[in-house]
Write a new protein. Structure first.
Length: 433
């Protein structure tokens, strides 16, 4: 592919435990002449989907970088947030038109108007109970069913913005102008928690450690428990506004720095690394973990979609099983963290090996199995290792599967209060054999 169509860059080379690691970045141009691209999300079809606000279309990009545009039927709708819904479609907000949109993976679009003009609609999340949740200008959180039935709930302060589903099964959101983080239950009961004054929290995501992680306009990254306690606040290395944050495949959190033209990553212990983008002034915005195990992000001013392949550690040590760790198929480390908000407890699950590719986890007592996991070698079928999992629980679960040969990881979550949804990931790891 020519340099005009695709730009490739080795972002960083560094040493970890004596092994050379590299960050690889690829940029794919998007024809968004009327304005930049914003939020991005993995779709149920194995592609990435994104919004182009100024150009008024929803975009789809394959993991090979092929872009398709779907124009919106309503002019000047300025789509903002986008997420995969429980019905196999993508759902998005039309910020300037007080509408919620739905687009099938084939490109068919349906729009639903809110019962009262919202002024503006921001982010959207797929919540428990098969509903979509979204933030409204002023002091409301909205909920829409997959059939288009809308409910609205007041929140105690104004300016809800970023939004995610927490490991406790509730919807969590940022309150930008109020310096608060909010939580709303599936029944619509909202609670807010204060964060550092003047930090202006912008976006939030569920982390692999069972906590909520958020970024601010004051260049800080915060970590909050599901009971609203701050358990960490980390200062970014540069004084810049941070835009979006997402959990990566490597057990770290990844975030965009629009003004500084960088992508950042932070470990659960607070170690921060930044990666500069090759295109000046590209203003990275949305970021999401793709179905290929890489991080995908939008470049608002650069009008491109970027893909960053997290560092792979070469020569990693073999998997070592212990009380909380399964080693499946010789090289895949599997661990589970559980959370039971109703009784205020959480912990690491206890592992029980069954066969070379299958294992079990229990949470509370050895006689009560909660989760079963299987990792299969599907290389001869589709060039991937496969991950299957099932659960007999409605406790919150974060299941992490790591390929110890490459360092790549896949994270699967089940919100508290929801029946464990089966995992059938036949494209989990692409490194064969």
């Amino acid at each position: 592919m020519s340099s005009a169509a695709q730009r490739l860059l080795i972002l960083a080379l560094f040493t970890v435990a004596g092994a050379v690691r590299a960050q690889v970045l690829t940029e794919f141009p998007v024809n968004a002449a009327g304005g930049g691209v914003g939020d991005i999300t993995p779709g149920p079809d194995g592609n990435l989907w994104f919004v182009a606000s100024g150009s008024n279309f929803i975009g789809r990009i394959t993991t090979a970088g092929i872009v398709t545009r779907f124009p919106l039927p309503t002019a000047d709708s300025y789509p903002s947030g986008i997420v995969a819904g429980p019905d196999g479609s993508l759902w998005f907000t039309e910020g300037a038109q007080s509408k919620i949109g739905r687009i099938t993976t084939g490109g068919d679009i349906t729009e639903f108007s809110l019962p009262t003009p919202a002024g503006a609609i921001g982010r959207i999340a797929s919540g428990p109970g098969g509903a979509l949740w979204f933030s409204e200008a002023g002091s409301k959180i909205g909920r829409i069913s997959t059939t288009g039935v809308v409910s609205e709930f007041p929140v105690p302060v104004e300016s809800p913005s970023g939004m995610t589903v927490g490991p406790d099964g509730n919807i969590w959101f940022t309150l930008y102008y109020s310096d608060k983080i909010g939580r709303i239950t599936p029944s619509g009961v909202a609670t807010v928690y204060s964060v550092t004054s003047g930090s202006w929290p912008r976006d939030i995501t569920a982390g692999p450690d069972g906590n909520l992680w958020f970024v601010t306009a004051a260049s800080t990254i915060g970590r909050m428990t599901t009971d609203g306690h701050m358990v960490g606040e980390f200062q970014g290395p540069t004084a810049a506004s941070l835009n979006r944050i997402a959990a990566g495949p490597d057990g770290n959190l990844w975030f965009t720095e629009g003004a500084r033209n960088k992508i950042g990553q932070i470990t659960p212990d607070g170690e921060i690394t930044e990666h500069s983008l090759p295109t000046a002034g590209s203003a990275p915005s949305g970021i999401a973990l793709g179905p290929d195990g890489n991080l995908w992000f939008t470049e608002g001013s650069g009008r491109s979609i970027g893909r960053i392949e997290p560092a792979q550690q070469q020569g990693a040590t073999d998997c070592a099983a212990d009380a909380t760790t399964l080693c499946l198929n010789g090289r895949f480390r599997v661990q589970a963290h559980w959370q039971a908000p109703a009784v205020g407890t959480s912990g690491d699950a206890t592992a029980i090996a069954q066969t070379g590719d299958t294992g079990l986890f229990w949470f509370f007592e050895a006689s009560s199995i909660e989760v079963i996991v299987k990792v299969l070698d599907g290389c001869s079928m589709n060039g991937h290792a496969w991950v299957f999992a099932g659960g007999l629980t409605n406790v919150g679960v974060t299941l992490t599967v790591t390929d110890t040969k490459t360092g790549a990881a896949r994270i699967y979550t089940n919100p508290a209060g929801s029946a464990f949804q089966p995992v059938q990931d036949t494209a989990a790891f692409s490194t064969c054999p």
